[in-house]
Design a protein around this ligand. Structure first.
Ligand code: MSP
Length: 638
């Protein structure tokens, strides 16, 4: 496979030290880590940077609130970010702090360059200032006179300040964005920036009087002023590489990819490219913008008191489980809902059930039938060939999807392989082959299984590094750095016959749902279960229940509840289901569900339905019901 080996530089935002790390920060950092690990595994020179943003008024306020000297305060919170990322095994190459002397020098150097070019001027300015945003806001940005992000009325401020002639670069920026369709992605954010650029762009106020804000980097051409925190912060992406002269800068800057959430789109999509252009530095390659993790109805924030700490989550569920959840659950670019029920659901369904069971079941068979040694395959039949071809196709798609930051789709594709290997076991019945002494066939089936598992483990390395390493060790494979196979040269058949497998603990133990129903108390004895009218067995047997595999799913126009599905129940069936509020169509493909197949056909919103999917109703939500492990489509349920 063709590997793009252009050096890869990936950055997260540098996080403000006025709050402690939460899962929103952890998400972007885990995405960065996954991309960095993936590129390293492909042999691409990689540099991954994260860090902390330590200047500005908000930081001073936070230090004052804690009655700490600002310097001690920033050291403490920055240390907490570093400790959190170390506990999450984030493989950053550089952790930058904007209080680092090397960073301060670069900020001053760039300010001077832009000043010398005539792009910075002094002017008296009067306007509305939002202390939360730390910037002057335009009247048209306000909602009912308040800043929509901080819900406070901005203060009227009049002061002399330095300005960056950003307006001069408006047309140039529009041209650049239009000429480079993937400069800002996904497209919705590119459109948002272009829509913003339809209005005249104002110049950017880039200073604060030192008398009012002493905690900042002094302007090199007027030390009675410090630089505005965004002008300081954005430059971290250059200073961290050793701009302007270091070989690291020259090697990595051309492949620069920024990861951010939508909250800081404007500084990254508008201020930063114009600043770079004014300083004579080529632009970053891509800005990848993601949505928010929402808790309950709104965004997570310190003021709302609904922060989820990443370390706490990792201690309860395990690091790789949390990484998998984040990457599988959020569609990069869109908001996603966070709940611990969703974390437990994913762990149990995808990890414990699909992957963990497949792995332990396969290894158990290899120990039982072949004393834990990989057999040599005999004649390869079409169904074995099909697994090889699927593994190859999945790897190609997976690589493209990961490179395009479509983590949820990459994982769904990989889980198709896992599902298919589970079905391969059901179809080939190794226990029967053993009983009937079909030794050659059993060798081929077991080899195919073990090799498919190795592919799964190899592909999971950037997502769940610890678990992938454990899987590879149980498969008798050395780590990549210790003579093991490299992802960049993955090929079918690399696991050698005769390899000794290792026994291990279950990879992903099943979890109990953490919020059990309250136990009935003596004072309020449980009410007897209210049921529908009793039926006899004959009536029950009239129901024809089958397991079906969802093959296609799409929304039905003008309905926010209904989905049109094609379900394989031993043959394709069109079924309409009222589950559009709980399930995205693309998440349903490959899912096995319980279907009533002998209901009289009915028309819903003009679409024919030939059956009904069964779902549990819990707290007003529908949850589809399916088999505990994969079975053949059309299997009867009795
Ligand atoms: N210091 C600035 C960034 C300067 S970069 C040159 C800043 N810091 S921040 O601490 O507020 O971090 C914002 C970033 O944290 C978001 O862009 C995103 O990466 C991450 N997130 C914070 N809350 C989040 C969610 N609720 N959901 C997803 N990501 C979130 O802005």
């Amino acid at each position: 496979m063709q590997i793009n080996s252009k050096p890869f530089y990936v950055t997260t935002p540098i996080y403000y030290v006025n709050a402690e790390p939460h899962i929103g920060h952890a998400y972007t950092t885990i995405v960065g880590d996954t991309l960095a690990r993936f590129h390293r595994l492909l042999g691409v020179p990689t540099f991954f940077q994260t860090g902390t943003d330590e200047h500005g008024e908000k930081v001073v306020e936070a230090a004052n609130a804690k009655k700490m000297p600002v310097r001690d305060y920033v050291d403490q919170i920055s240390g907490k970010f570093q400790a959190a990322w170390d506990a999450l095994e984030i493989s950053y190459d550089n952790f930058i702090r904007t209080t680092d002397p090397a960073h301060i020098r670069v900020v001053q150097d760039i300010l001077q360059k832009v000043f010398d070019r005539g792009d910075i001027y002094f002017s008296e300015y009067a306007g509305y200032y939002c202390y939360g945003c730390e910037r002057f806001v335009l009247e048209r940005e306000l909602v009912e006179g308040k800043c929509p992000d901080h819900l406070v009325k901005p203060t009227f401020v009049k002061e002399g300040n330095y300005f960056f002639r950003m307006s001069r670069y408006q047309d140039w920026l529009i041209d650049h964005i239009q000429g480079h369709p993937d400069f800002i992605r996904p497209e919705r954010y590119r459109n948002e920036v272009l829509a913003f650029l339809k209005e005249p762009l104002e110049d950017l106020c880039l200073s604060r009087p030192k008398a009012r804000v002493p905690w900042g980097i002094p302007l090199p051409f007027d030390d009675t002023y410090v630089t505005y925190v965004w002008f300081d912060a954005l430059i971290n992406y250059l200073s961290g590489l050793g701009y302007p002269d270091s070989p690291t800068f020259r090697l990595f800057w051309p492949g620069c990819q920024h990861l951010i959430a939508k909250d800081i789109l404007k500084p990254h999509g508008i201020y930063w490219p114009t600043m770079l252009h004014a300083a004579g530095v080529p632009l970053y390659q891509h800005l990848h913008v993601h949505g928010y993790w929402q808790l309950g109805a709104g965004k997570m924030s310190k003021s709302l008191g609904n922060i989820v700490e990443p370390l706490n989550l990792v201690q309860r569920y395990g690091l790789d489980q949390v990484r998998y959840f984040f990457l599988r659950e959020m569609v990069y670019g869109l908001d996603a809902a966070f709940s611990e029920e969703a974390v437990v659901g994913r762990i149990n369904a995808d990890l414990a059930n699909d992957l963990g069971n497949l792995f332990s079941r396969s290894l158990a068979m290899l120990f039982k039938y072949r004393q834990g040694k990989v057999p040599a395959p005999a004649t390869v039949e079409p169904q074995d060939q099909a697994i090889q071809e699927l593994a190859q196709a999945v790897w190609e798609d997976y690589r493209t999807l990961l490179t395009g930051l479509e983590f949820h789709k990459a994982l769904m594709r990989l889980w198709e392989l896992i599902g298919e290997v589970n079905r391969y076991i059901v179809l080939n019945e190794p226990w029967r082959l053993h009983k009937e002494q079909e030794h050659d066939r059993l060798d081929t089936v077991l080899y195919t299984l073990v090799e498919a598992l190795r592919w799964v483990a190899m592909l999971l390395q950037p997502i769940m590094p610890g678990s992938a390493a454990k899987m590879l060790a149980q498969l008798g494979q050395a780590a990549e750095g210790e003579g093991g196979w490299s992802l960049s040269s993955l090929a079918w058949g690399q696991i050698l016959p005769g390899t000794s497998l290792q026994r291990g603990d279950p990879l992903f133990p099943r979890l109990e749902i953490l919020t059990p129903a309250p136990a009935p108390t003596a004072a309020a004895p449980a009410a007897p279960l209210q049921t529908k009218e009793e039926i006899d067995l004959t009536t029950f047997r009239h129901l024809d229940l089958r397991i079906g595999t969802i093959q296609r799913a799409e929304r039905i126009a003008k309905s926010d509840k209904l989905l049109k599905l094609v379900v394989d129940v031993g043959g394709p069936r069109q079924v309409v289901a009222g589950i559009a509020q709980e399930y995205q169509p693309e998440d349903l493909i490959g899912k096995q569900v319980l279907v009533v197949v002998n209901l009289k056909p009915a028309k819903l919103m003009g679409v024919e339905s030939h059956g009904m999917l069964l779902a549990a109703k819990s707290e007003g939500r529908l949850v589809l019901v399916g088999p505990e492990s994969p079975v053949l489509p059309g299997s009867p349920v009795a």
